[in-house]
Design a protein around this ligand. Structure first.
Ligand SMILES: Cc1cc2nc3c(=O)[nH]c(=O)nc-3n(C[C@H](O)[C@H](O)[C@H](O)COP(=O)(O)OP(=O)(O)OC[C@H]3O[C@@H](n4cnc5c(N)ncnc54)[C@H](O)[C@@H]3O)c2cc1C
Length: 412
């Protein structure tokens, strides 16, 4: 029986633990936090086969520069004199082209569909995390953005993703209980959603039942290696030995990999969310308000609003009120009935998306260490792609053929 240590107990680490334990491996997850509030908990909970275009795409740099000068925009790069930032930006620039998009779409679609199938299996085990297949409305209120959304929708449809193109009247017919002020929408009917906090609680309960050790508040300090293999990891609570090691530490994976002399290009993309309870009228279908990149997710009695992507560092926990205002204004523009107030700072959750300069996740076996697997860099799709990523990690470690082709999911 293989002994595996997973560093990082976010959704990717926990899904990896789940599929490894299911195959009989003896698994321990080590996390430096209390495992209650990281990036995998407060996200928008969207499962998104619709996201076939990676973040690195043509036009993104031009748009990004424009957004940099608008304090309420959904995107920002925190200026810093940093070799890591410069290296990331160079890689991002190199990947922001049509060739990269063309190469990425099918692998991303396959990974997403595989992950959704695995979510459907989880949903049979429990109703507690609110898994629902209502699709996703990408709402727009300008002609220009609408044209772009429809263009992407058509590509997605050609790739076998279920898509409807809705005009203003059709959007209103679909969302009867609330006034939606949008010119139109692309309805991705293949998408689903759930409550991320509840899903994490469900996963932890399953792992407990399976005998997986979860060691929280335990930062890792270093490794001992010999002959191209990792022997031990040195942590706050002592030294742990294993046959195999997994780095699944989200945006912190860089610093952990660095201790092993492995270079990863990942930067944290900070985002915010907040919940509003008991709204008199609320949407029934999750949506993205395209002009502001705001995510709106109905979760039972609550609605979660989320957005912004600030490329920054992991210590930057400041809540930027202007950007929060940007989210609130977009919500009130698209759903005039809701009238959301600016939330108190204490009510706002933040998380760091692990962003690669390709916009694709990294799921690979290390070239440097024969017993190291890396699963990170899922940026805005970590929840969506976690079950597939976890299953792939287990397949890589157990020497099985991978369920989907992972050639494109490698570090650069
Ligand atoms: C506002 C917002 C909305 C989002 N909405 C969606 C969505 O709708 N759908 C979607 O698919 N994704 C969404 N995401 C992205 C998603 O949340 C992330 O991609 C995902 O949570 C990343 O999971 P992870 O397991 O890779 O990393 P994390 O959840 O960050 O977990 C990494 C773990 O590693 C631990 N760690 C770090 N350093 C160490 C160390 N030295 N030793 C031990 N442990 C360590 C950390 O404590 C942490 O628990 C959203 C993100 C944000 C911010």
């Amino acid at each position: 029986m293989k002994k595996v240590i997973i560093i990082g107990g976010g959704i990717v680490g926990l899904c990896s633990a789940y599929y490894l334990a299911k195959e009989g491996a003896k698994v321990a997850v080590i996390d430096k936090s209390d495992m209650l509030d990281g990036c995998s908990y407060g996200n928008a909970g969207m499962i998104v086969p619709s996201h076939i275009i990676p973040m690195a795409q043509p036009g993104v740099i031009h748009q990004g520069i424009k957004w940099m000068f608008n304090a309420k925009s959904p995107f920002y790069i925190k200026p810093a004199i940093s070799v890591d930032l410069l290296a990331w930006l160079i890689q991002f620039y190199k990947n922001s082209n049509q060739n990269h998009v063309d190469k990425s779409m099918v692998p991303l679609r396959n990974l997403s569909f595989f992950s959704k199938e695995l979510y459907q299996e989880f949903a049979i085990l429990s109703k507690d995390f609110g898994y629902d297949e209502k699709g996703l409305l990408r709402l727009y209120n300008t002609e220009k953005v609408g044209e772009e959304e429809i263009k992407i929708g058509k590509i997605a449809k050609e790739l076998g993703i279920e898509v409807d193109f809705l005009n203003q009247r059709e959007v209103k017919e679909l969302e009867k209980d609330i006034n939606v002020d949008a010119l139109g929408a692309v309805h991705y009917k293949s998408d689903a959603h759930l409550s991320s906090n509840h899903f994490m609680a469900f996963l932890k309960a399953e792992l407990n039942k399976m005998g997986v050790k979860m060691i929280s508040n335990c930062p890792i300090f270093d490794f001992r290696v010999s002959g191209g293999k990792i022997d031990e990891v040195l942590t706050k609570f002592g030294i742990f030995k294993a046959d195999e090691f997994v780095i699944a530490a989200g945006s912190w994976s860089v610093e952990i990999a660095q201790k092993l002399g492995v270079k990863l290009h990942i930067l944290p993309g900070k985002g915010y969310s907040f919940n509003v309870e008991n709204l008199l009228s609320k949407p029934t279908i999750p949506s993205i308000l395209c002009e502001g990149k705001v995510a709106v997710t109905p979760l039972g009695n609550e609605v979660r609003f989320g957005g912004t992507l600030e490329i920054t560092n992991n210590k930057d926990t400041k809540i930027n009120i202007k950007r929060l205002q940007g989210i609130v204004e977009k919500v009130n523009e698209f759903y005039p009935d809701i009238k959301v107030d600016l939330p108190y700072k204490e009510k706002v959750w933040h998380g760091f998306r692990p962003c690669t300069p390709t916009g694709l996740p990294i799921i690979e076996q290390s070239k440097k260490f024969q017993n190291l697997t890396i699963a990170t860099g899922h940026a805005m799709m970590g929840l969506s792609l976690a079950p597939a990523s976890g299953k792939l990690v287990s397949e890589l470690i157990l020497g099985k053929k991978t369920s989907v082709d992972i050639t494109e999911f490698r570090s650069c």
